[in-house]
Design a protein around this ligand. Structure first.
Ligand code: IMP
Ligand code: MG
Length: 178
């Protein structure tokens, strides 16, 4: 595995984004909604960097099944989400790859009649988008590589790492053996 984005770089960028979002949502009825499971570390840090009162909730979105690095079938489950009717929603995902997950999440949330929806992705993978939208906010642009850490997984491993690393072909072959 090689390292792509170090812990202190992530922390700095998340803090700056938190300040920007605090200004934007001051006086609003903000609800931050994270897409499980990849959002967990990013969301925990970002909400602590947003210094205006807000609610937190989660939805379940999954496009990867087990030991694959390309999207599988996409499912969205709103069962855990609090009521967002009339509220200003900030939707958080770990990475915007093809964009299909983010697009589907926004469409699903729209049905609950929030006052507004904006989107934020920790990472945007370059040259992969298949949709018309892009996140309103993001932290880092990355090349088309498979990344893990800071919430992102390969077959549910590596999510706990405080930095973002790249799994190259050889690493992926190794991971499949172990
Ligand atoms: P999209 O629908 O193609 O944009 O995929 C978004 C979802 O795919 C993310 O929420 C991640 O769970 C997963 N994903 C995409 N690229 C990566 C990656 O490089 N590493 C780990 N997960 C990824
Ligand atoms: Mg995900």
């Amino acid at each position: 595995m090689r390292r792509l984005i170090e812990q202190d770089e992530i922390q700095q960028r998340v803090h700056t984004l938190g300040e920007e979002l605090s200004e934007l949502y001051r006086g609003k009825n903000l609800t931050v909604i994270g897409a499980l499971t990849g959002c967990m570390l990013f969301m925990a840090d970002l909400v602590r960097a947003i210094d205006v009162p807000h609610r937190i909730g989660v939805v379940e979105a999954s496009s990867y099944r087990g030991a694959t690095t390309r999207p599988g079938e996409l499912t969205v489950d709103l069962g855990l989400m609090p009521d967002i009717r009339g509220r200003d929603v900030l939707m958080i995902d770990d990475i915007f790859d093809t964009g299909n997950t983010m697009e589907k999440l926004v469409a699903a949330l729209q049905c609950c009649e929030p006052a507004s929806i904006r989107t934020v992705a920790l990472l945007i993978k370059e040259g992969r988008s298949e949709v018309d939208m892009k996140p309103d906010f993001f932290c880092f642009r990355i090349p088309d590589v498979f990344v893990i850490g800071y919430g992102l997984d390969y077959n549910d491993d590596y999510r706990h790492l405080p930095f973002i690393g790249v799994l190259d072909e050889a690493d992926l072959e190794q991971a499949q053996v172990t």
